[in-house]
Design a protein around this ligand. Structure first.
Ligand SMILES: C[S@@+](CC[C@H](N)C(=O)[O-])C[C@H]1O[C@@H](n2cnc3c(N)ncnc32)[C@H](O)[C@@H]1O
Length: 270
């Protein structure tokens, strides 16, 4: 099989990490997400994934957070069949194919231009592709503003510098009449600790950001209201984690403070 080489910058290269984690999950006997297309996609890339030093915990939590964000999108598109979906910092995620939204839904996958170019070459999808730097304004002009929207930002927050994530959020919530924003939240400590994580170190990333209080985005001037903070150490899928990870995760689940340092899904309405 001909394998293609991704030519990506440091931040863009993080998409290979999440793709690979989903691919490894798909190979498990009892996968959490079971995304075979991610496994096929990763298998076609000429890249030394071993250098990412991806451990089982990262595989399972990445698959689990993707599954929970998929659930948010599925619920919203079922309740609003004419809505718009935005996947911000989509990387090479196959979310649209997993969620299979109703035909009236318009789905936009947005990432840096070099990333969406890779998507159009290597990933079959019927989504609209928008190549943009999300720290800049102007890219929203290409997106309808008269329909409700569900906006997903998976693995994006830590890589947006300064207050650019907040600024982008304000632009988004002013653009649409109503909607939901769902993201995987990183605490400040988790974001700080991230740069010492072997995988992130392997990619050469030195700064990341997060916030502790799930209510904090309500003060960003974006009219956001927290609907749900879902602590993933308490998800039923933990029963499928192999030991000793399952026992360790269940132990962590007893402490909300500790659990928040891992993965949590935050959902806001506007
Ligand atoms: C960790 S990856 C996650 C990718 C995808 N959401 C997933 O779960 O597989 C982070 C993604 O955010 C994108 N990204 C980071 N900063 C961005 C920016 N300023 N503008 C557009 N995309 C950005 C990167 O290119 C990358 O694809």
């Amino acid at each position: 099989m001909h394998r293609w080489q991704p030519k990506l910058g440091l931040i863009q290269e993080t998409l290979l990490l999440t793709l690979y984690a989903r691919a490894l999950d798909a190979e498990l006997p009892s996968p959490i997400l079971g995304d075979r297309l991610s496994a096929d996609l990763a298998g076609g890339i000429d890249y030394d994934f071993r250098k990412l030093k991806v451990k089982p915990n990262l595989v399972l939590t990445t698959a689990l957070r993707a599954k929970k964000l998929d659930d948010v999108v599925r619920a919203y598109t079922a309740a609003h069949p004419g809505c718009v979906v935005l996947d911000l910092g989509c990387g090479l995620d196959t979310r649209m194919l997993r969620c299979d939204p109703p035909p009236g839904v318009d789905w936009y996958d947005i990432d840096f231009p070099e990333v969406v170019n890779l998507r159009s070459e290597h990933l079959p999808s019927r989504s609209h592709l928008v190549g943009a730097d999300l720290t800049q304004s102007g890219w929203l002009a290409a997106i309808p503003d008269d329909r409700p929207a569900v906006i997903v930002a998976e693995g994006l927050l830590p890589f947006m510098p300064g207050d650019s994530f907040q600024m982008m959020t304000r632009q988004l919530t002013r653009h649409f009449p109503s909607g939901e924003l769902a993201l995987n939240g990183y605490t400040r400590f988790a974001a700080w600790a991230m740069k010492y994580h072997p995988t992130i170190k392997a990619l050469g990333i030195t700064a990341a950001q997060g916030f502790d209080d799930a209510h904090e985005p309500e003060s960003w001037g974006a009219d956001l209201e927290l609907v749900e903070e879902r602590i993933l150490t308490r998800a039923p899928e933990i029963a499928r984690f192999p030991q000793p990870l399952r026992a360790l995760t269940r132990l962590t689940a007893r402490s909300t403070a500790l659990s928040r340092q891992g993965a949590r899904i935050l959902r806001y309405r506007f």
